[in-house]
Design a protein around this ligand. Structure first.
Ligand code: ZN
Length: 396
């Protein structure tokens, strides 16, 4: 092993969290710290409750080494997944166990004041019902169905969310709850959850959410790539229809992918064909009931989506394209098949030979699991941990 770490408290925790160091010996080899300095720092991290020793590995020589691990279960996260018409809130431990959750109807277009007041009330209730205390919660992670400028933690021109542009979402919730709050696009969080759970060693994973709208999360080396203004992965507003054709989109343009291939678009197309459907869930139900018009429209949506995704596959050469969102919930195999056929027909084998195109395994939990990773990554980053210990020693 070569020395690759600064050896600060935060960077030692990072070595253990990432799985690169499993014993004191590993930490010593990776940091080059002296035995006494290392012993002091390990004691500080254990006393703070971040690390613990559990089990032993039999060494090739001498006494067995104790395994050190990040004590995930002691860190709790409040996770929020806001869709166009629903709110899913969950209390999750750092290891991913959902301790308590609730889902309810909530219209995001009611505006930030009303929605965030409702969300903070639900989170407070959830924590009270669980019998856990605020001091056990590391932070709150929130996914919203629109682009987020990550540096400011504010929505950036979200088409489905009138009144939310540049609203201080994280600040507002943090003021009410007294916890650190992190906000990201929902497809980014779903992609993060899915990539960490299923493709942890893959350099790139593309997650596509097909619900009321269409959005994608680009996960590179285990982290969401957000682009310069939070717009990375916003494929729903690529214009796919020839000039003069297509529908007016919520973004103000005409003929976007979302106006033709989203769950909302397919529901509208069904209504126009005289079949009652108003939500992506209605579409999924009709497909599961073998309604031929619904199946044809879903397959058309899959081909249009596949056309756009073929370019993304050629650009990224991802290990996986994962489809999630309410349109993929039931009857989603037909959508998946149409996407797969189109992507494979339009890309070269170098780009698609090792490509998996699959449905989300986390389903409706993908976003809250991603929110958990976001909060743990942010609150346990080396710089955040070093800053916390500096604060502690300044107060001592
Ligand atoms: Zn649009």
């Amino acid at each position: 092993m070569t020395t690759t770490s600064s050896g600060s408290l935060g960077s030692i925790l990072e070595l253990v969290r990432s799985g690169r160091a499993r014993t004191r010996g590993d930490v010593q080899a990776l940091t080059g710290l002296s035995r006494s300095t290392l012993a002091l720092r390990m004691t500080q991290l254990m006393e703070a409750g971040y690390l613990r020793e559990a089990g032993q590995i039999a060494g090739s020589a001498g006494r067995p080494a104790k395994i050190i691990s990040f004590d995930e279960s002691r860190q709790l996260v409040l996770a929020v997944d806001l869709g166009a018409a629903h709110a899913h809130v969950a209390l999750i431990d750092g290891g991913g166990l959902i301790l308590m959750e609730a889902t309810s109807s909530l219209r995001i277009d009611a505006g930030p004041d009303e929605v965030l007041r409702y969300v903070s009330r639900r989170l407070t209730e959830l924590l009270a019902r669980s019998g856990r205390s605020l001091s056990e919660v590391a932070g709150v992670g929130v996914g919203i169905p629109g682009p987020v400028r990550f540096t400011t933690q504010r929505p950036n021109n979200p088409p489905l969310m009138p009144g939310w542009h540049d609203f201080p979402v994280a600040q507002r919730l943090s003021d009410v709850l007294g916890l650190p709050v992190f906000v990201d696009n929902d497809a980014n969080l779903m992609g993060l959850g899915e990539a960490r759970a299923r493709y942890p060693d893959s350099p790139s994973v593309l997650f596509v959410k097909v619900g009321t709208g269409i959005g994608a999360g680009v996960i590179l080396h285990g982290q969401a790539e957000r682009g310069v203004s939070g717009g990375a992965g916003d494929i729903g507003h690529i214009r796919i229809m020839p000039a003069g054709q297509g529908r007016l989109c919520t973004c103000g343009a005409v003929g976007c992918l979302a106006t033709e291939a989203s769950g909302g678009a397919v529901a509208r197309q069904l209504m126009e064909a005289g079949i009652p459907a108003s939500t992506p869930d209605d579409v999924a139900r009709l497909v599961a009931e073998n309604n031929l018009t619904a199946i044809e429209l879903l397959q058309r949506a899959g081909r249009l989506l596949g056309d756009v995704l073929a370019t993304s596959v050629a650009l990224l050469n991802p290990a996986a394209v994962v489809l999630g969102g309410s349109l993929t919930a039931s009857g989603g195999d037909r959508l998946l098949e149409a996407v797969r056929e189109t992507v494979l027909a339009r890309t070269v084998s170098l780009a698609n030979r090792e490509l998996t195109i699959a449905r989300s395994i986390l389903g409706s939990d993908a976003a809250v699991q991603g929110a958990r990773h976001l909060v743990i990554d942010q609150t346990f980053s080396p710089s955040a941990i070093d800053a916390r210990f500096e604060q502690l020693s300044a107060n001592a």
